[in-house]
Design a protein around this ligand. Structure first.
Ligand code: DX5
Ligand code: ZN
Length: 227
């Protein structure tokens, strides 16, 4: 049994809590889980790989149990330098899947195996300016490949149109891995990303930036043909 066997099947919208109301984070997670979400995306930023500082393992620990109890998984996206130093903490906090950036470590192979050694599924992400070839040597060891469709750091940016072609290229590289797209996903951009083969579509501001996150979730899911 591989750690990725915990992944929910089919195409999924993955709400990013980056855009949630942190004063009532648990409630917001419950709302999207009740609407059908099974992948909760956690954007971890260190003020170094990207300028903002956001979420650490304590927040993952605060919400992991309720996500698991509702049948979901915690999808941690580490936008941090030296990710190898942190994967253990996120795994202990309740992460099911941990994704690191190819640009953030000279030892991506070692980090992917360290994530597996912690019992988690492992993903590798690339920025919009990074060629798909950066994934060539590691794709076969990954449970998930993440194509950034904005430059990481902030929610609410516009989808970069060239991401669609890149998604198809990444999908062809590792058909067995989950293909995740992250940034600028809304009911207008989701169909193209889905048609290019995206399995998981991360959406932050288009869900939690709306007055009714559950309704916004349903709208994106319908547009993407996702559960
Ligand atoms: C960007 C993050 C994204 C972000 C997406 O650096 O990795 O996950 O939350 O936000 P939206 O959906 O608002 O573009
Ligand atoms: Zn993300």
């Amino acid at each position: 049994m591989t750690p990725a066997s915990a992944y929910p099947p089919g195409r999924r919208i993955a709400p990013s809590i980056l855009s949630a109301d942190f004063a009532r984070l648990g409630e917001q997670v419950d709302e999207v889980m009740a609407a059908g979400a099974r992948v909760i995306h956690v954007d971890v930023m260190d003020g170094d790989f990207v300028p903002p500082i956001t979420i650490g393992p304590m927040i993952v620990g605060a919400i992991a149990d309720r996500i698991h109890a509702a049948g979901g998984i915690v999808d941690c996206h580490l936008m941090i330098e030296r990710p190898q130093a942190q994967v253990g903490e996120f795994a202990r906090a309740g992460a099911d899947s941990i994704t690191v950036h190819a640009e953030a470590t000279a030892h991506v192979n070692r980090v992917v195996h360290a994530i597996h050694d912690c019992g988690c599924a492992a993903g590798v992400a690339i920025n919009p300016g990074t060629p798909v070839a950066a994934l060539d040597a590691i794709a076969g060891d990954c449970d998930l490949l993440l194509c950034m469709s904005v430059n990481p750091g902030w929610g609410g940016q516009s989808y970069i149109p060239s991401s669609t072609g890149k998604l198809a290229e990444i999908g062809a590289l590792a058909p067995a891995a989950v293909l995740e797209v992250d940034g600028g996903i809304d009911p207008e951009t989701a169909p193209a990303a889905a048609a290019a083969g995206s399995d998981w579509l991360v959406a932050g501001s288009a869900i939690f930036g709306k007055p009714d996150p559950a309704a916004a979730y349903a709208e994106i899911a319908a547009a993407a043909g996702a559960g």
